[in-house]
Design a protein around this ligand. Sequence first.
Ligand code: E4P
Length: 235
Amino acid sequence: MKIFLDTADVTSILERFETGLIDGVTTNPSLIRKSGRDPEDVYRELAMAGIPDISMEVVEDMIGEGQRLSGEFPHVSTIKVPCTPEGLKACKVLSDNGVRVNVTLIFNAAQAILSAKAGATYVSPFIGRLDDNSVAGLEVIRSISEVFRVQNVKTQILAASIRDVYKVSRAFWNGAHVVTMPPKIFDGMYKHILTDKGLEIFDADYQATVSRVNKSAYQPPSSIRARVGSDLDSF
Ligand code: E4P
C-alpha cells in the first residue's frame, strides 16, 4: 500500500517526504509546466533527497528518452509512457531492459491488460477524469484488479487523478497497490473533526493535570507502603 505525491513542486514534496510516509512521486508534462522548471532539475533534486521512485513522462523518442533518463537517474526513475501503440512499444523495449515503466492515461481494463503484457511495472487509471465523464473510476480500478488477480499479473495498479480523500481509501479497497495524490489530499488524510475535538479535550485535561500534580510532594498511601515494604526505594 504505497502513497505517491502527484506534483512537481519540490518544496512541497520534501516537506511531506519528511513524514516517512511517502513512497514516490509522479509527474507529468502539465505538472512540470506548472512548476515552471526544467524537468531534469526537478528529478535531480528529488533523487538527491532520496525519493526512491520518480515517474518521468516521455513524449518524443520515448525509447531513446526512456533509456537516457533511466541512465541519468538509475534506481529512482520510472519511465512514464501513454497507453498508445507507440507508448506500449516503448514500454516493452524498456521493461525488457530492466527499466521500470508506468503506463499512464489508462481508462479501462483492456488498456491495463495490454500494458501488463508490455511489461509495465505500473498502470495508472485516472479516477477523477473518469468520474468527470460519468464513468465510476473506482469500478475501473476494481475490474483491473480482478483481471490481474485472476490472471496472476504482477503489474501494479497506480490510482491517479485523485480529487478527494475518500477516493484514496476506496482506491486501495478496490485493489490499487499505489495511490498518487496532490499534496493537499495527502494532508487531508490526517484530518477528522473528531480527532481535532478529542485532541482539544485531551490537551486541556493534560494541562490541568500538569498544573495540579506536584511530584516532589508525593508520598505513597499507607496501603501501598504496607504492600511494597522495604522495596519502596526501588520505585
Ligand atoms: C498521475 O500520474 C496523473 O498524471 C495525474 O494524477 C492526473 O491528474 P489530473 O486528472 O488531476 O490532472
